[in-house]
Design a protein around this ligand. Sequence first.
Ligand SMILES: Cc1cc2nc3c(=O)[nH]c(=O)nc-3n(C[C@H](O)[C@H](O)[C@H](O)COP(=O)(O)OP(=O)(O)OC[C@H]3O[C@@H](n4cnc5c(N)ncnc54)[C@H](O)[C@@H]3O)c2cc1C
Length: 397
Amino acid sequence: MKPIVIVGAGIAGMQAASHLNAQGIPFILLEQSEQVGGRVRSDYADGFIFDHGFQVLQSNYPSVKRSFDLHALNLHAFDSGAKLWYQGQWASFLNPLRAGFKFLELVPHIISFKDLFLLTRLWIKLQWSANEQTNSHESTAAMLNRWGFSDTFQSKFIRPFFRGILLDQNLQQPASLFFFYMRQFLEGQAALPANGMGEISNQLLTSLPMDSVRLGTEIVQLGDDFVELKSGEKIEFERLILAVDPRAAAKLLHVELPHSVHLGAKTFYFSVPIRKEQDKLLHLIPGESQLLHYCFLSQVAPTYAPAGKVLLQVTSLNLALDEKEVLEMLAAYEDVTGFTFLRAYEIPRSLAKVGSFEALKLAAQTNRIILAGDYCEMPSLHGALVSGQKAAVQSLI
Ligand SMILES: Cc1cc2nc3c(=O)[nH]c(=O)nc-3n(C[C@H](O)[C@H](O)[C@H](O)COP(=O)(O)OP(=O)(O)OC[C@H]3O[C@@H](n4cnc5c(N)ncnc54)[C@H](O)[C@@H]3O)c2cc1C
């Protein structure tokens, strides 16, 4: 019997493989890179852990709980909330569902009484539906205007926070994503595995039989019942799951995508001196700054830096920024004396824009190819896991 071939060993491809493996179905997982994980990888150097772009694991996604051994990941959680910049200093906005009434200190300076009312209304709504189906094409920006949160609360918390999650300067991604992530923020916990985000990829890989995984294997062409590797070798399949990013899928399926379908980000890592005010909260940079946010990763997970040092990450949507410019901008918020640049990760295809892939989905359907990847569901680890699982189920029909 010919195997099911899965192209792409990111989270979606490995999740599909893991599901097939659990059912004893033969598969081959082909990955162009020498490492698995796609966008979820970590590098290790001089005692530091560098994730390929700052990201976190939301440990209460049902898909995450189902797919990973969270205990073995040894998760270290951020404090639930964020640091907001107000009148020249940082104020802590702690999640009311976790830290009680501490957030009331920000009323009415940052959070107005109307915001309090709207937050309560929002939370009640989220109890009924995780993805409030507003007008389905409504953008997050339009929805925020409609709800009417105060300008201060929007500019200090909501907009910078969601720019950081959606990697979208103008918040044009659908409002349904806002509602999904708002619920995660209120009820969930953002965490880092002790060994870096790449550990979640390693965990998926170790559950698979190694003779079914081929790394350094780029697929350059798709036939009716075979894939062709860069080496010229052909591998026949029973069904094909294409779990690559949408740009790569479009190239293989000869589909023209709109010019801009991805949102990019660049994460800078600095080694910084230990200071007592460093905490476990994400610092949100307000306004139209080119910096999105920063945090002291090793205060959250001490394994991210060697003893006596602190690892700082700073993320920007401007891929052209360099570390000197970042330090100059950061100096408005931190004393940057002793900050040493370590490295930066520039990831132009960080997240896919929702709603750009109808032609791709149609071409795949016509060719009986099953697509998987976060962009098939929603741009997140949760979306990648769900799409991988669905693709595996579909491949057995
Ligand atoms: C900077 C950044 C921050 C993020 N923050 C978060 C966060 O905080 N929370 C969250 O939930 N999500 C976050 N995400 C999103 C999350 O990482 C992705 O949704 C998820 O990793 C996507 O997995 P995937 O398997 O769909 O795609 P990918 O990871 O892109 O995997 C596709 C794989 O296909 C391979 N491939 C491509 N072409 C070929 C070919 N021709 N032949 C063989 N192999 C091929 C690639 O090498 C890759 O390994 C973030 C992403 C980035 C980059």
